[in-house]
Design a protein around this ligand. Structure first.
Ligand code: GDP
Length: 430
């Protein structure tokens, strides 16, 4: 039989009219026919025709003669009524879409939750979006800016080092009492890149040395507030500029405010600071050096501080409510976290031996206080909140609430200025 070659090693009928195809079918034995079906374009061994080949074809007059159904579901055999070309592949087209099991395996198999041969449901694939976002964010890395404020000597640097297991204050210079009296509030920044299981975090610690150290501490919160506003202003400028691609985000996401364990609740300076800053930053109050207090004292002080926060209308960072479908353990953990405010913490950068284990703690003649023992202090709760559970929420609140407030105020005052200027011009024209 005379056959032209369509795809390497397979034969196709030369006469492609209905009668020609019928003849081809009658004259061909089963084995040959099977080989033809197996080898012909559209099957795995030969590439499929491109969809655009159909688009550019001339209109086919109706009705079309029906061709015998030679192939499986995915292939349709049509008699060619448009001008013939030597490329026999044009007469086969893939009917779309292929069922998931018939589709080629995704190279991103591990990222594709539906990429399993058992799953025969039709799907578009947007279920992989979280994975795509995850990959992109991990590649980009994360940043977080934490501010610590409170009078010097309350254990701020020790706690920060204990929290992130780094030595961020290597080149800190401690001032003498005389120097501290003269010192004004300074703002210093320490940045460190931390990597954990392939996830990179650029951590920036903003310290406020000199805060509360002077004889007269009136308005010593001002430089801190100005610093926070400057970061918002810088971000606002960058965001409104031409190149918005690589904006460095220096906005302060959280401020740990250290409260002395030696006073009776909040001091006037604490109230003044928190009230001046609560609209600008997420404040998390900390009861410092909790090892200097007995457990009932810690409870009493915590209660007093909570009452005073309420009484003075201070808005400290509010933990978001749990979703109703969260499991009970998570809800209990969340409740315990909310009730721990202010977090009573202990800091230490030394490792001591306690009950045969090496732990981070403070060694006293009467015993050891362990930083990471939940029975001794709230250090683990604070670290869990700050790093594991609420870091993203702190960033979201900064962006959606504090920065938005700043931005709205900026736009409002800019608009006012423009209106004023226009009115002035109008008046001078008249
Ligand atoms: P900062 O000035 O607020 O940064 O305070 P430092 O971290 O430099 O700590 C001042 C002193 O307090 C140091 O001698 C620390 O060892 C000590 N210290 C830090 N944290 C604690 C704590 O939780 N409990 C006690 N008792 N002392 C602490």
């Amino acid at each position: 039989m005379d056959r032209s070659m369509g795809c390497e090693g397979s034969s196709v009928p030369e006469d492609r009219t209905e009668a020609g195809i019928k003849r081809f079918l009658e004259d061909t034995d089963d084995a040959e026919l099977n080989k033809f079906v197996k080898d012909f374009p559209g099957n795995e061994s030969c590439h499929q025709p491109e969809a655009k080949a159909w688009v550019s074809r001339p209109q086919v007059p109706e009705p079309r003669p029906q061709a015998p159904d030679l192939c499986q579901d995915d292939l349709e055999f049509r008699t060619p009524l448009w001008p013939q070309t030597s490329d026999s592949q044009q007469y086969f087209c893939a009917s779309a879409p292929l069922s998931p099991s018939a589709r080629p395996r995704s190279p991103w198999g591990k990222l594709d939750p539906y990429d399993s041969s058992e799953d025969d449901k039709e799907y578009v694939g947007f279920a992989t979006l979280p994975n795509q976002v995850h990959r992109k964010s991990v590649k980009k890395g994360f940043d977080f800016t934490l501010m610590v404020a409170g009078e010097s000597g309350l254990g701020k640097s020790t706690l920060v080092n204990s929290l992130f297991l780094t030595d961020l204050y290597r080149d800190r210079k401690l001032l003498s009492a005389e120097e501290r009296i003269m010192q004004t509030v300074e703002i210093t920044k320490h940045a460190v890149d931390i990597e954990e299981k392939g996830v990179k975090l650029r951590l920036t610690i903003v310290d406020t040395p000199g805060f509360g150290d002077a004889v007269n501490n009136t308005e010593c919160w001002k430089p801190v507030a100005e610093y926070i506003d400057q970061q918002f202003e810088q971000y606002f400028r960058d965001e409104s500029g031409l190149n918005r691609k690589n904006i460095q985000d220096n906005r302060v996401h959280c401020c740990l405010y250290f409260i002395s364990p030696f006073g009776h609740g909040l001091r006037p300076l604490d109230v003044e600071f928190m009230r001046a800053l609560h609209q600008r930053v997420n404040i998390v109050p900390i009861l410092a050096k909790a090892d200097t207090l007995t457990p009932p004292e810690v409870e009493r002080k915590k209660r007093k501080i909570r009452e005073e926060i309420e009484h003075f209308g201070i808005k400290v960072y509010q933990f978001p409510d749990c979703d109703s479908d969260e499991d009970e353990d998570f809800k209990l953990q969340d409740q315990a976290l909310k009730e721990s405010i202010p977090f009573a913490v202990i800091g230490s950068n030394t490792v001591v031996e306690a009950r045969g284990r090496r732990v981070r703690g403070r060694l006293y003649p009467w015993g050891i206080v362990e930083v990471e023992n939940p029975g001794h202090c709230d250090f683990v709760k604070l670290r869990t909140m700050l790093v594991r559970t609420h870091m993203q929420d702190l960033k979201d609140v900064t962006r959606e609430t504090h920065y938005e407030n700043y931005r709205a105020q900026c736009i409002q005052s800019m608009t006012r200025l423009v209106v004023k200027e226009r009115n002035r011009k109008d008046r001078s024209r008249n």
